[in-house]
Design a protein. Structure first.
Length: 319
């Protein structure tokens, strides 16, 4: 039986947050249960975009800071990596307030590069995934709780789609076409291939409404952690009072036999029912999953413009 650790947490103050994370991981054996001396540890936050600071679209830097500290104290060698929708990992991290943390901890930031890896899926048998995640000794998945105009809610499973490098994500969107079932299964197979060792979810302040970036901040007051990303997502959907079958990733995980029922999950601290809310705002209207070629080309152009023109010009201007 998989464990999902849940606690109430209401502050990003470093000292309070550090204590909260220690309490959160204690039932799972603490950080030392996941990280051994010398391990190279990928920290995979949600670095969607740097264009909406203050809107809680990304994993808070304080969460990554505390987790990186804990990894170092366990003897691990943490590095930060993601493949943002627009721009570079370092550019989005800098715009999102990560730079002081990166400099203080001397935390390397890597840009993901792709390699084909065979998976157990017959439908997606050769996913192109970042070698930095596949080849890391430990992967710690650090998603943000957000509503999503196409996927209803985005949590731990969807965050691992950031391990598909660069605009390869856009072309996977194109390959998945208009079929929400197929798209959900592609996200699930990506998560299963990455197989994170630990998922810690930033739900202190979430992003509700027309996410993943067009909504508004919402105090939720929750941190969650588990070895099993699918169990973690299932618990959080109950907290948000969202039917799993309305979420393509959860529905696909259920079809593939990966989504546990709440009764099959052990909750050593809080049960989801104890922190459930009933007024979490989902998108006003869901946008159909329709990744046609013109949209993919436009997205690809925007990504390269931000990464290779806008970000370098900003760095040059600040010198």
């Amino acid at each position: 039986m998989e464990k999902v650790s849940l606690i109430s947490a209401n502050s990003y103050d470093i000292s309070q947050l550090r204590k909260s994370l220690e309490n959160l991981l204690e039932p799972l054996g603490g950080m030392a249960a996941f990280v051994k001396p010398g391990n190279r540890v990928l920290l995979k936050p949600n670095l969607l975009t740097g264009s909406r600071p203050g809107k809680e679209c990304v994993t808070r830097p304080e969460v990554v800071y505390c987790v990186a500290q804990m990894v170092k104290e366990a003897g691990g060698k943490p590095f930060l990596g993601d493949s943002p929708a627009f721009g570079s990992a370092k550019g989005v991290a800098t715009a999102s307030g990560y730079l002081p943390m990166i400099e203080e901890l001397d935390l390397p930031v890597v840009e993901f590069h792709g390699k084909r890896y065979e998976t157990v899926s017959e439908e997606f048998n050769h996913l192109r995934l970042c070698k930095e995640a596949i080849e890391a000794d430990v992967v710690i998945n650090l998603p943000k709780v957000k509503s999503h105009v196409q996927l209803t809610v985005t949590l731990g499973v969807k965050n691992l789609f950031g391990c598909v490098p660069g605009k390869m994500k856009a072309w996977w969107h194109l390959e998945a076409g208009k079929d929400s079932d197929r798209f959900g299964e592609m996200l699930v197979e990506t998560a299963r291939a990455i197989n994170p060792d630990l998922t810690i979810v930033d739900g202190i302040i979430g992003h509700e409404g027309n996410g993943p970036s067009g909504g508004e901040p919402r105090e939720l007051g929750v941190l969650a952690a588990s070895r099993d990303v699918f169990a973690c997502d299932r618990a959080l959907l109950h907290i948000l009072n969202v039917d799993p079958y309305l979420v393509p990733t959860a529905a696909a995980a259920n079809r593939l036999g990966l989504l546990p029922q709440l009764s099959d999950i052990e909750f050593p601290l809080l049960h989801p029912a104890e922190v459930q809310i009933t007024d979490w705002k989902l998108p006003a209207a869901l946008v159909p999953i329709d990744f046609g070629l013109p949209r993919v080309l436009k997205s690809t152009f925007k990504h390269f413009y931000i990464r290779w023109i806008k970000e370098p010009m900003k760095v040059y201007a600040n010198r």
